[in-house]
Design a protein around this ligand. Structure first.
Ligand code: NAD
Length: 354
């Protein structure tokens, strides 16, 4: 696909599956954005949403992101996402995830679920009592499995290394990285960056976790808002999405943004705004694919060595994407989208339908 078309070419989702179950209190939606390259794979988010419409909007956005991410990572998967609305007040968590498992089962392998924000390994074990189409389960016999976050962090660190070399002509031991959010991925990323010699500045609302990072990594702690305009070389958003809007971008002092959070751009035009200010934005759906690579390895039965090799390839993939962006005169975000959309469009089922 020509790069100038890629920006506007948002594919419509193949299927939107709303569900609700009064008995368990489960309410949410599964979006199958695309199954052209294989089953729609993407985790389940459990989060507060003011309305069903808001939950669906989030699922649509996240599922499209998964389709792009899986295609770009060269996985035999389409893209999908489940969103569960966090019930008001106390609820039976096991019943909630059993209910989700039933909906996943009804899709007969067209959707594969795993963890995302708000869900964990124990939840996926409940889902697994209802369906085989789930990953992120405890690893068995040295095989891939379990919490995908360390793999996501490894992929981000690989990409950051490449981006720092490309944009600053430096290595990680020369730079200061601001990590926003010290959850599963952010904290693991800090460990890797600290080991690679980077200086760290962190923001995390759970003060005990921030204090631990200060203690273990010598990290400077600041508020999340202050971090967005702090004098750091690299900003690594690792909390929720939408963090890069026009105002944030105008205040950025970092020359590079490379982090794990999904959908970091509040809107697509922010990619150009970042470039206009001389900030290299490493596309989120390219750099944060390590977790889904591990999920794929678990679901498809790969060995740990293959998972590691594919996660380590994220750095090279970013280098290739940066080269293509420069060659074609577009921002890396658009180059990455175009590569992913080309792969989806070239899938045999899409050709057969055309
Ligand atoms: P998490 O819930 O474990 O961590 C999020 C952290 O961000 C928490 O510690 C939370 O307290 C903190 N936080 C919340 N609001 C904040 C704010 N305003 N400023 C700073 N910190 C804030 O989630 P996670 O699994 O670490 O995922 C982080 C991001 O990476 C999410 O956007 C997720 O979708 C994305 N992601 C995760 C994976 C994975 O393998 N877990 C894979 C790909 C993408």
């Amino acid at each position: 696909m020509p790069l100038d078309q890629a920006r506007h070419h948002a594919l419509p989702p193949e299927e939107v599956v709303p569900f609700s179950d009064d008995a368990s209190g489960a309410s949410g939606v599964i979006v199958l954005h695309s199954t052209a390259l294989g089953p729609a794979a993407g985790g389940c988010r459990l989060w507060h949403y003011a309305s069903d419409q808001q939950a669906t909007q989030d699922a649509l956005r996240l599922a499209e992101g998964m389709a792009l991410k899986n295609a770009l990572a060269d996985l035999p998967f389409g893209g999908g996402k489940a969103v569960l609305r966090l019930p008001e007040g106390p609820f039976d968590r096991e019943a909630l995830f059993r209910s989700l498992g039933g909906v996943v089962r009804s899709l007969r392998g067209r959707y594969v679920t795993a963890e995302d924000v708000g869900t964990g390994v124990a939840d996926m074990e409940v889902v697994a009592q209802e369906t085989h189409h789930v990953a992120g389960l405890p690893p068995r016999g040295g095989k891939p499995g379990g919490d995908p976050s360390p793999w996501t962090a490894l992929g981000v660190a690989q990409a950051m290394q490449v981006a720092v070399r490309h944009r600053l002509g430096a290595s990680l031991s020369d730079v200061t990285v601001g990590v926003q959010g010290l959850g599963h991925v952010g904290y693991a990323l800090c460990e890797l960056l600290h080991d690679m010699g980077a200086r760290l500045v962190v923001a995390e609302p759970r003060s005990e976790i921030a204090a631990r990072a200060a203690d273990r990594f010598g990290a400077m702690v600041m508020s999340s808002r202050a971090l967005l305009s702090a004098r750091v070389d690299v900003l690594a958003p690792c909390a929720l999405g939408g963090v890069l809007d026009a105002a944030t971008v105008d205040g950025l002092k970092a020359q590079l943004v490379c982090g794990a959070a999904n959908n970091q751009l509040a809107s697509e035009d922010v990619a150009e705004r970042l470039a206009g200010r001389g900030v290299l934005y490493a596309p989120d759906f390219l750099v944060n694919a390590g977790g889904i690579v591990n999920v794929a390895g678990e679901y498809l039965g790969w060995g740990a060595a293959e998972v590691r090799q594919r996660v380590m390839a994220i750095g090279r993939r970013l280098a290739d994407t940066l080269a293509r962006a420069e060659r074609d005169g577009v921002v890396p975000h658009q180059a990455a989208r175009a590569i992913a959309l080309d792969r989806i469009a070239a899938a045999p089922r899409v050709q057969a339908a055309a």
